[in-house]
Write a protein that binds this ligand. Sequence first.
Ligand SMILES: NC(=O)c1ccc[n+]([C@@H]2O[C@H](COP(=O)([O-])OP(=O)(O)OC[C@H]3O[C@@H](n4cnc5c(N)ncnc54)[C@H](OP(=O)(O)O)[C@@H]3O)[C@@H](O)[C@H]2O)c1
Length: 186
Amino acid sequence: MELRGRVAVVTGASMGIGRAIGTPLARKGAHVVGVARGRPDLERFLEEARAFSPQSSVFPADVADPEAVTGLFEAIHDRYARRGRIVNVVSGAGRSPLGREGAYCASKAAITAFSESISYELEPFGVQVQVLYPGYVPGTRMAEEAARAPDLPATGRASPTDRPIAMIQDVASFLRYFGGGLPDRG
Ligand SMILES: NC(=O)c1ccc[n+]([C@@H]2O[C@H](COP(=O)([O-])OP(=O)(O)OC[C@H]3O[C@@H](n4cnc5c(N)ncnc54)[C@H](OP(=O)(O)O)[C@@H]3O)[C@@H](O)[C@H]2O)c1
């Protein structure tokens, strides 16, 4: 899949799954725009990304702040791209809820419905929307926290440690499936 010169906006790029997705995108030559709130980790990500893709950049922003998100996409639109593909990282918990994680599971199910809804809205503009449902990803803070609370699932399903559904490399390999829709530099 040719990613050279294409643009990838990765929210949460400073650590965990976002970083595991952002760095390989840069390695394949995409211009990665990394987004997170904390600058130090974001700067470390930028250094890593620019080693492969010098036009990569970072944008410190809180994605829960509507003004910040508007500013982010205006800046991205001006600098890079006009249309493309949205991939929302949801969670297996949005489809198979875990006990005692009601708010998390409900928020993940909501992202699925939201993604489907905007997919209809954005289709006329050539923007596709897709969702990814990872299980616990070993090596991330979330999986480590879950492993420290072995009774967390409370559903009889596999514990976080005995059956990871996705390894971080598996999540990064989503590129093979989704990378084709990244926009050219516009
Ligand atoms: N890890 C797993 O096992 C797993 C499994 C299934 C699904 N997921 C989902 O995958 C996503 C990423 O998980 P992760 O484990 O990689 O998380 P993580 O290691 O905690 O990383 C979260 C990233 O998002 C950024 N972030 C958090 N809140 C933000 C905000 N309001 N605005 C902008 N950036 C923000 C963080 O940086 P700052 O804090 O500096 O902003 C960081 O870069 C989450 O939606 C999670 O629910 C994770």
